[in-house]
Design a protein around this ligand. Sequence first.
Ligand code: PRP
Ligand code: URA
Length: 236
Amino acid sequence: MAIHVSSHPLVAHKLALLRDKATTPKQFRELVRELSWLLGYEAMADLETRQVTVETPLEEMAAAALEPRVGLIPVLRAGLGMVDAMLELMPTAQVWHIGLYRDERTLKPVEYYNKLPDAATVQVCLILDPMLATGGSSAATVDILKAWGAARIKQVSLIAAPEGIATLSAAHPDVEIHVAAVDRELNDRGYIVPGLGDAGDRQFGTFAGPSSEPGHDSDETAEVVRRLQRNLSPDR
Ligand code: PRP
Ligand code: URA
């Protein structure tokens, strides 16, 4: 398993602001963008380059150009906020949206949007999703990308739970995971704690009142989380 947790002080500082419940949706979107820029920079550190020739005003020189064709795969909705920063880093990247939402009771991902063409058009895929909670959405996205023919896949998230990392790396050990932080655990409604709440709602300001607060009490949901936690550590 390859998990990279950023140790950059700027990432830690911005993540603390992002978590704060007093952070407004406007500030939240700005922070998601800034964190995506920093994590994207780290996640792309091992991409190959090819030699090109550049003419400076003084002389010709050998320089480097990014070699692989890169695809950005934002998982709707929350992954949308990570796209612009990544496109600033790599203006020629292709963007392929995948629509998934997590069923609140079963915590299983439900696919609702996928317009991938028949065969893969990129060599490296970066899945963009701020939260890696149970890992269900991420593992399903990797399944979709592998069926498409993607050979090299990286997951870029802001916060991960240990349960999600375990699920994703068991299903897809070849996928590199880049995050700003790994939090303590999932609560019995499948939310990352301490976390930041619902990344989609906080970005887009879609708070509809108490009934849509994180999760609904459900024995079934809590049992799904307990199962994930037993897999993580048989002694829990
Ligand atoms: C959130 C998040 C991830 C998923 C993570 O999306 O953006 O896609 O949950 O959870 P998992 O690891 O347990 O699958 P959500 O389903 O809330 O949809 P949204 O982005 O449309 O709000
Ligand atoms: N999705 C979120 O937005 N937050 C969580 O804590 C878990 C899933």
